[in-house]
Write a protein that binds this ligand. Structure first.
Ligand code: TMP
Ligand code: MG
Length: 289
């Protein structure tokens, strides 16, 4: 039905059910559709030419804005907590407080680094941040079809926005909920605004604009894109759901996480650095691209 779903990176536990959901979404067309997506390692690439691509946090950590001593501390935190974030043997309840610990410690370190607001654009420019292949079709197609894209990220909002701005795809159909930096009157980083968002609280509890999903209550067909099990609750705030299709990027520890991903996501994309499958589905539902 959709050529992009024939790729060998694509797997599904129940292909029949996926087909039914897509056909039902197709009947609703682009007017009933909305997309909710994670950012780091979902809209951005996990790797390129054998090298890991940076998350929003990594872009700041790796920049010249951060001292060598602080870089080491941030790297140690990453080496401690990232394996926990993706550990398939621990429950979300067990991981939750440890993620709060990681984010809190990392943000405290960043706030000691004299990071200036006007340095955000240049560090993003110099970073190796890469959106997944096919991002132009994805972002531009959604924009042209007036399909809302909600980016729900535990990364850093200022960095995320700058990545998509520099890529020329920050259109007015895009809404972002993320951790935004708080700068003082001199433009120095002094903290992060609002409630902390980490991998495992991406749900209704951290949404500030409760009106967003209410305004979209005629868009009852939802596509969710993520790369961790924490991303599965991103659509919890949607008021009216007819069909939901969850697409998961399985980037790391593939063997260990495969079964868990197949059980949780309708479609699993294994070590696939492209948005081809997503774009194929969107086109099938009626989005322009
Ligand atoms: P996401 O919600 O857009 O995927 O962003 C969260 C990712 O950020 C998460 O998978 C782990 C990553 N991260 C870092 O790379 N460094 C850090 O210091 C922190 C706190 C998170
Ligand atoms: Mg992610």
């Amino acid at each position: 039905m959709i050529a992009e779903l024939e790729k060998k990176t694509v797997s599904m536990k129940d292909a029949g059910r996926v087909k039914e959901i897509i056909m039902s979404m197709q009947r609703g067309g682009e007017k009933k559709l909305q997309v909710i997506s994670d950012f780091d390692m979902t809209l951005t690439r996990f790797g390129h030419n054998g090298k890991r691509c940076p998350t929003c946090h990594n872009i700041v950590d790796n920049s010249q804005l951060v001292s060598a001593d602080c870089k080491k501390k941030l790297k140690d935190l990453c080496n401690t907590y990232y394996p926990i974030e993706i550990d398939h043997t621990r429950s979300i309840d067990e991981k939750y407080p440890l993620m709060v610990e990681w984010w809190t410690k990392a943000h405290d370190l960043l706030c000691q680094q004299n990071i200036r607001k006007d340095m955000i654009a240049p560090i993003v420019k110099d970073s190796g941040a890469m959106l997944r292949e096919g991002y132009e079709v994805f972002f531009n197609g959604l924009h042209q079809s007036n399909i809302p894209l909600f980016i729900f990220s535990a990364g850093i909002g200022d960095i995320l926005e700058e990545i998509i701005r520099q890529a020329g795809v920050f259109h007015d159909n895009v809404n972002v909920v993320s951790n935004y930096m708080d700068f003082d009157e001199k433009g120095m980083l002094i903290g992060f605004k609002g409630e902390l968002i980490h991998t495992y609280n991406k749900n209704n509890s951290v949404l500030r604009d409760k009106e967003y999903f209410k305004q979209l209550d005629n868009r009852t067909n939802i596509i969710v894109l993520g790369d961790t099990l924490g991303d599965l609750t991103m659509a919890d705030g949607v008021t009216n759901v007819e069909n939901i299709l969850k697409i998961g990027f399985l980037n790391d520890k593939v063997e260990e996480q495969r079964q868990m991903f197949l059980d949780a996501y309708d479609i699993v994309l294994e070590k696939d650095e492209t948005l081809d499958a997503v774009n194929g589905i969107l086109k099938n539902i009626g989005a322009k691209n």
